[in-house]
Ligand binder design. Structure first.
Ligand code: SAM
Length: 158
């Protein structure tokens, strides 16, 4: 059975004929895993392997100040996942649940999210620990994991 086959008890629906929005892939994620089955189910931001997030040069200025963050939220596009399955039975659990009750990459909009440790930034390449996706997975967005502290001149007077 391939990763794309539907399992007994799973349910697929017909996808809408048009999409409602477009996204820009802003870079690519590089990891040691070349197959879905080889990826961890969830990244390990302490003991996981070092991975690289390569942001396209166009967005270089958008990285300004990110090096102050110890942890960042990475959003990425699970480009190899089916989008039409609403009831699914993930291989690891064997439990049948609705898509929105799962963190499975198989979903109408295959957006994945991970909080990762930021090890360093060189140019537009981020070195991180804590990812769980295949090598070459498209990057959607990067955000600080915690809201930045307000600047001292915007603090209320004591
Ligand atoms: C369970 S998902 C979790 C993703 C993310 N941490 C989240 O919670 O949104 C991680 C799994 O997605 C699968 N996967 C990884 N890269 C993928 C890709 N590019 N396309 C489709 N599936 C992928 C692998 O089986 C991996 O173990």
């Amino acid at each position: 059975m391939s990763d794309d086959d539907i399992r007994p008890g799973e349910v697929a629906v017909t996808l809408p004929s048009v999409t409602d929005a477009a996204v820009y892939f802003i870079g690519r994620i590089h990891t040691p895993w070349t197959e879905r089955g080889a990826c961890p189910r969830t990244g390990d931001k302490v003991d996981g392997p070092e991975c690289r997030i390569v942001v396209d040069r166009r967005w270089a200025q958008a990285l300004t100040g990110l090096d102050q963050q110890a942890e960042i939220l990475v959003l990425y596009w699970m480009n190899r996942a089916r989008r039409d399955i609403v009831i699914q039975t993930p291989r690891h659990s064997g439990k049948t649940l609705g898509t929105f009750a799962l963190r499975s990459p198989v979903r109408p909009n295959p957006i994945a999210a991970s909080v990762v440790t930021l090890l360093g930034i060189e140019g537009t390449t981020l070195r991180v620990r804590g990812l769980d996706c295949m090598d070459g997975t498209p990057l959607l967005d990067i955000k600080p994991h915690r809201r930045p502290e307000p600047a001292s001149d915007t603090q209320p007077a004591p």
